[in-house]
Design a protein around this ligand. Structure first.
Ligand code: ADP
Ligand code: ZN
Ligand code: ZN
Length: 705
């Protein structure tokens, strides 16, 4: 509806002075526009309303933002709001607050965050189109809410679950006047019954007529969680929100949540921003998972925002994990989170026995290190004979990470990146995993013509091949990003494992996630040592979580649990991480890691931000960062913050762009925030002084450094 037209037809409105308001629009990045922009309107508009406004020569969607007009623009020059999408109820004040917090905390503009978390299609629709969508949605919802013929089965809670639920109940039923309940860290190994606790808590909220938001790291890796919610809440309206949906589906599901029709929203990190007017509970499953952190644009942590959102809306939030992030663990230690534990597997299933296989004990064959050691093959054979399934985990896809010429020492470097191109045997390509540059494998060495160029090292593709050679009777299946590129391929491969059509499953970390493989009794980590000596301080934490998670795939069937085993091939069996793993002792591991972090002044005992800069020439990026550091030096000194010298990223050059970063460290989150918000607005001008600088970005609470 066009407001101008409407205003003319209603004389009393014509006399009222136009309302001054502000509207969040997605202004181009670093345009210097951080706050919502001033506009005028003939009609009183509720904050949170979706509108169309002119910006420059364009017209875009915006959101009427709470708060007052800056007053800096002469009212006579203010441009009016063009149209109001009043087919939709406005976004709630709490939603706007969440966005405003995220924008401030991750140092982006309010408009950018607000608009980027709406479904992309919503931004393009005119009022009439939106009405059509809403009609379609109404039809769809009507078809959805069919009550089941029989009530879904509910297991009788175990004593540990009962204890957890008793404590949770107190939070779930706490009157809102008591303020925000403390976040709950639900700590329990795979198979300990965490999901059942989520289901019960969700049921409680749904019975109160509230909506429930469940966040998962990657939806297609956790189909069973989704299936269990659908089964338990048959007859309720459940929608998913993730980037794998078509634009139309995403809009439909978002609208269902926004209108309060969807009772349960299951989604990935972007769903933390779902507009849910009656939200009553947030669950974050596998809260430690790195995929909760957005890696471009506003680099937000959906886990952290979920906690903030719960606080803001005074709701309970449950963070679940077998290996909580050390940040969450530390908060529980400090009593800021309530830790509830499920110490045992349901049905008495034990965790697989961990065997640290010492690679140094193998007879050395010169120049040959094999991943498929004889004892490992023997262990696989035993499972095969017993008709049990095995899982081999190797976090490296492709056939071999590099191709090498023994004559002249040529290696398959990527011409555009400081990285090797990976040899993929299946389609005979050399492919760069950083810039995707791909070429057919040369038949001879490109520099000396030697015909005998050989793969160095091993990826999942090669492991699969070697397994097939060594165990010709075994049915081997590989699951990684390459083998599951086609739509539906992941599902059908997983299905084959469940159906028992596979004896040995080989894969990357994809196979360590939420899948409930009943018949796996043997899990082997073929070559996990790399992460032990990584320069990234979080690498051990991640490795421990990954191995615990991989081990959790074994022995989920209590009958087989007793003889299930996890095999870790390592050159460092005495390493503290493996020692703790062998005892399934996350607490011990967490304690030692936290002690190390504390003495090194690392998170969660300090707060970090990374300033990144990209340029064709590393010197340009470096000069920019150094100039930025000089600008901030007095402020940093005042606030006792540390700004480290710029260094190249681990893979410094990608697609011919040199990437540098500079770490900022503070013992106080507030001080860090204060510095960043004074500092970053200056960087736009600084960028213009550094010709050749392509872009810069800030990453607050970076996951990897
Ligand atoms: P987690 O989420 O910690 O991996 P789940 O909730 O998936 O654990 O529980 C593991 C298995 O035990 C699932 O198959 C689940 O259906 C079953 N289960 C959970 N709680 C109970 C219970 N109280 N009684 C019987 N079976 C249960
Ligand atoms: Zn050569
Ligand atoms: Zn490349």
């Amino acid at each position: 509806m066009h407001l101008g037209v409407e205003a003319q037809s209603s004389p009393e409105k014509q006399q009222a002075p136009p309302q001054l308001l502000r509207v969040a629009v997605d202004a181009p990045q670093h345009s210097g526009i951080n706050a919502p922009l001033d506009y005028s309107s003939e009609r009183l508009l509720t904050p949170g309303s979706l509108v169309r406004v002119p910006l420059g020569r364009r017209e875009l969607m915006g959101i009427v933002w709470p708060g007052t007009n800056s007053g800096q623009t002469d009212p006579a020059l203010l441009r009016p709001v063009t149209a109001l999408l009043d087919q939709l109820p406005p976004l709630a004040p709490a939603w706007c607050q969440l966005v405003e917090f995220a924008a401030a905390y991750y140092q982006r503009s309010v408009g950018e965050v607000a608009l980027s978390v709406l479904p992309p299609q919503l931004r393009e629709l005119e009022g009439a189109q939106l009405l059509a969508r809403l009609k379609k949605l109404a039809k769809w919802t009507a078809g959805q809410g069919l009550a089941p013929a029989i009530a879904p089965m509910q297991p009788i809670l175990s004593p540990a679950q009962l204890e957890v639920m008793a404590k949770l109940d107190a939070l779930l039923t706490a009157p809102p006047e008591q303020g925000a309940p403390a976040p709950v860290l639900l700590y329990g190994v795979t198979g300990s019954g965490k999901t059942e606790v989520y289901l019960r808590a969700a049921e409680h909220a749904l019975q109160q007529g509230r909506q429930v938001l469940v966040l998962v790291p990657e939806i297609n890796l956790t189909p069973q969680l989704e299936a269990r919610f659908i089964e338990r809440f048959a007859g309720r309206s459940i929608v998913s929100l993730h980037s794998g949906l078509t634009p139309a589906q995403r809009l439909r599901n978002w609208l269902a949540a926004h209108l309060g029709q969807a009772e349960l929203v299951l989604g990935t990190r972007l769903a933390v921003f779902a507009s849910m007017p009656r939200l009553g509970l947030i669950v974050v499953d596998e809260e430690h998972d790195p995929s909760y952190k957005q890696q471009d644009g506003a680099r937000y942590s959906a886990r952290d925002l979920a906690v903030y959102r719960a606080h803001l809306e005074k709701l309970p939030v449950i963070l679940g994990s077998a290996t909580p992030s050390l940040e969450s663990w530390q908060r529980a230690e400090e009593g800021r989170y309530i830790r509830l534990s499920l110490p045992e597997r349901i049905g008495g299933g034990v965790l697989p026995r961990v065997r640290l296989f010492d690679m140094k004990l193998l007879p050395l064959t010169k120049g040959v290190t094999t991943a498929l050691t004889a004892p490992l093959l023997q262990a696989l054979r035993e499972r095969l004979d017993r008709g049990e399934q095995s899982l081999l985990f190797l976090n490296r896809r492709g056939y071999a990470p590099v191709l090498h010429c023994g004559e002249c020492n040529w290696k398959s470097a990527c011409p555009h990146c400081s990285a090797w191109r990976v040899f993929h045997k299946g389609d005979r390509t050399l492919r760069c995993h950083h810039c995707s540059f791909s070429e057919r494998v040369p038949s001879a060495c490109p520099t000396c013509g030697n015909q005998d160029i050989a793969p160095l090292g091993r990826g999942t593709e090669r492991l699969e091949e070697q397994l097939a050679e060594a165990l010709p009777n075994a049915r081997v299946l590989r699951i990684d990003a390459d083998s599951t590129k086609l739509k539906g391929e992941l599902e059908s491969r997983m299905q084959a494992v469940h159906a028992g059509e596979v004896d040995i499953l080989v894969g990357t970390q994809m196979i360590t996630k939420g899948h409930d493989f009943r018949r796996i009794t043997f899990v082997a980590a073929v070559n996990p040592d790399g992460a032990l000596f990584s320069s990234d301080f979080r690498a051990p934490e991640r490795l421990f979580a990954l191995l615990m998670q991989a081990g959790g795939r074994a022995g989920r069937d209590a009958g087989q649990a007793a003889r299930s085993e996890m095999w870790v091939q390592t050159w460092h069996p005495e390493h503290a991480l493996y020692k703790a793993l062998a005892k399934h002792d996350f607490e011990r591991f967490a304690k030692s890691q936290l002690a190390e972090r504390e003495s090194a002044g690392l998170p969660p005992f300090s707060h970090l931000a990374l300033l990144r800069a990209d340029a064709r020439d590393a010197e340009v990026a470096k000069a920019f960062l150094m100039a930025a550091a000089r600008w901030a030096a007095p402020l940093a000194e005042q606030g006792q913050l540390l700004i480290y010298p710029p260094v190249p990223l681990g893979v410094a050059r990608v697609a011919n762009v040199e990437r540098m970063q500079m770490l900022v460290e503070s013992n106080s989150r507030v001080k860090l925030q204060r510095l960043l918000s004074a500092w970053l607005p200056e960087l736009g001008a600084l960028k213009r002084e550094h010709k050749g600088l392509l872009r810069w970005a800030v990453d607050v609470d970076p996951l990897a450094i």
